[in-house]
Design a binder for this molecule. Structure first.
Ligand code: SF4
Length: 460
């Protein structure tokens, strides 16, 4: 998963992209970058490892002139966290430049790459996204949106893209619509962003979602929409509502905050904890679900775990060693709140179980008498091939243990997960039209035969 941003027709395009990336930081913390296009000077890129605030300084960004810019915050689904794999990509070909930022994961990237390499193409990264740059350059069309459509024909999997080509900004979303992408207006400028929180920061107004299978081109002639790719059944990632997106965002046309509260309320109805004294969340991604649980159950909501905001999200650290170390410095329990109490701890998901086990242990050490763990999603039992970091089944606790075994393993007194139906019925627009493959095993595409993303890092 990554954050992408694009803006057309703003005199400080790179500065706007810079601001937008701050709002999309939660979608990726490994690297960030901006490509800006000046109509006289051409395209320039700036990329850095780490947070936007660490790597992209204001003087650097001010050195990127132009009224078109795209930006990217990255986390990878494979271990290749290097500057070569930072985005946006910027390449030059016979007709000019191609800047590209990608959120998602292409499920047939290996095959596409092999075909390109057989034809003599040379790659500079291990990202699936780079195949798109090659395919755009190979198109014989002279219209940017047609070039992009040519490039995307035969590409499978998840993608939201912003592409700067010549004096045109393009945005595209795959025909199943796995990942969110919205279009907004900032004065006369057109803005694209993974989530609406990036529009809010700029003071831009939301126009609409980029539709499934749509390519939008913005140039001096205005905004053009086309649907060159065959439509497929909607498969919005339900995990965007559960965990990834920010609660102040609208994604897939629905409020993330409302979705999470509804998930929490459903959890309280389906798995009540009548003996508990209060509810608390694993901050921050579970805050809204815990609020929903408290609203529905009538139990008070307490702040029993404090999160250190200067440590990144554990889930999106690329290696287990990094995750383990960070869990220990990321949270602390409030002894005065927990001592002697029976508590409901609401978490949005359990992936590997290591964080959960550490948190339950911490809460008990702070004096909690009973810990009732409630999870506002279904058990994660399979990997994601569409841009989320759940790569190996053997690492997923719910793929290998029963609920009773997980309860024991994490050290809780009771454990309640939402059912698949409960989860899908709670989110805006549900229960149809969502991808829930990592919960249900119902994959919208054939899983790559040899876990493709282990070989080629996801661009997002
Ligand atoms: S497999 Fe899971 S995380 Fe991946 S897109 Fe589907 S619902 Fe989202």
């Amino acid at each position: 998963m990554c954050g992408i941003f694009g803006i057309y027709g703003h005199e400080n395009a790179a500065a706007m992209a810079h601001l937008g990336l701050y709002s999309l930081q939660h979608r990726g913390q490994e690297s960030s970058g901006i490509v800006a296009v000046d109509r006289e000077l051409g395209a320039r890129a700036m990329k850095s490892m780490g947070l936007v605030s660490e790597g992209l300084g204001i003087p650097d960004v001010q050195s990127l002139p132009g009224d078109i810019a795209i930006g990217h915050t990255r986390y990878s689904t494979a271990g290749s966290s290097t500057i070569e794999n930072a985005q946006p990509m910027l390449a030059r070909f016979r007709d000019g430049h191609i800047g590209l930022a990608h959120n998602g994961n292409l499920t047939n990237a290996s095959e596409l790459r092999r075909n390109l390499e057989d034809g003599g193409s040379i790659f500079t990264s291990t990202m699936d996204s780079e195949v798109l740059v090659h395919r755009i350059a190979r198109s014989s069309s002279d219209k940017p949106e047609e070039r992009l459509a040519d490039a995307l024909t035969g590409v499978e999997g998840a993608y939201c893209l912003v592409v700067a080509m010549g004096d045109t900004l393009l945005a595209a979303r795959d025909p199943r619509g796995w990942r969110p992408l919205v279009m907004g207006k900032l004065g006369t400028a057109t803005v694209f962003a993974s989530e609406t929180c990036a529009l809010d920061l700029l003071g831009a107004t939301l126009e609409r979602e980029v539709e499934r299978g749509e390519i939008i081109a913005v140039d001096r002639n205005g905004v053009r929409s086309s649907f060159p790719l065959a439509p497929l059944e909607s498969r919005k990632c339900v995990f965007e509502y559960v965990y990834f997106s920010r609660p102040d965002s609208q994604v897939f046309g629905g409020s993330v905050d409302r979705a999470r509260r509804a998930l929490g309320r459903r959890l309280a109805r389906d798995f009540p904890a009548p003996t508990a004294d209060f509810v608390f969340s694993v901050p921050d991604s579970s805050n809204s679900a815990a609020l929903g649980f408290a609203e529905e159950s009538g139990l008070p909501l307490e702040l029993a775990l404090i999160r250190n905001h200067y440590v990144g999200r554990t889930f999106i650290q690329p290696t287990q060693a990094g995750r383990d170390a960070k869990v220990k410095v990321k949270y602390n329990a409030v002894r005065e709140v927990l001592s002697g109490k029976s508590v409901v701890m609401v978490d949005d998901s359990i992936v590997r179980g290591t964080t959960t086990r550490g948190l339950v242990s911490m809460v008990r050490a702070a004096g909690a008498r009973e810990v009732h763990l409630r999870v506002s999603s279904s058990p994660v039992t399979g990997p994601c091939y569409y841009g989320i970091d759940t790569p190996n089944r053997e690492e997923l606790i719910a793929a290998n243990m029963t609920i009773e075994e997980i309860t024991q393993q994490v050290g809780a007194d009771t454990l309640g997960y939402l059912t698949l139906d409960g989860m899908l019925e709670s989110v805006p627009g549900g229960p149809e039209g969502f991808c829930h493959a990592c919960f249900s095993g119902d994959y919208p595409t054939p899983p790559p035969a040899d876990s493709e993303k282990l070989r080629f890092g996801c661009g997002c």
